[in-house]
Design a protein. Structure first.
Length: 117
């Protein structure tokens, strides 16, 4: 039984070693010419300012472990809208993200609720 196992192992290793150098001496593929990338859509300066403010407000809340999921979702939606060039949605979602981030920081000033004694 051990001779059969040794023979099978040897055949497997020999087969794998044959595959290992299959691509060693193969010349690298030539890079194909890329088609010109379409211009990225841009957003208005007002929308970019609102997005930057929302990102800063969210970062401040996140740094204090106070960020709400609603702020996270709104910021993600604003960033996605910015990639597509939708300034109106960026403004709306960035404003919501900024608001929610500021409220989450304000919540930290509330007194701790004690239950019981």
């Amino acid at each position: 039984m051990s001779k059969v196992l040794l023979a099978l192992t040897s055949v497997a290793l020999l087969g794998l070693s044959g595959c290992a150098d299959l691509y060693i001496n193969k010349p690298a593929a030539k890079p194909e010419a890329k088609a010109a990338e379409p211009a990225k859509p841009t957003i208005s300066a007002e929308a970019q300012t609102a997005l930057n403010a929302a990102q800063a407000d969210y970062k401040a809340a996140k740094d204090k472990n106070a960020a709400w999921t609603t702020a996270d979702g709104a910021l993600a939606a604003a960033q996605k809208a910015a990639e597509t060039g939708d300034s109106a949605t960026v403004l709306k979602q960035a404003k919501l993200a900024s608001e929610q981030s500021k409220l989450s920081l304000g919540q930290m000033n509330y007194p701790v609720l004690k239950v019981g004694d």
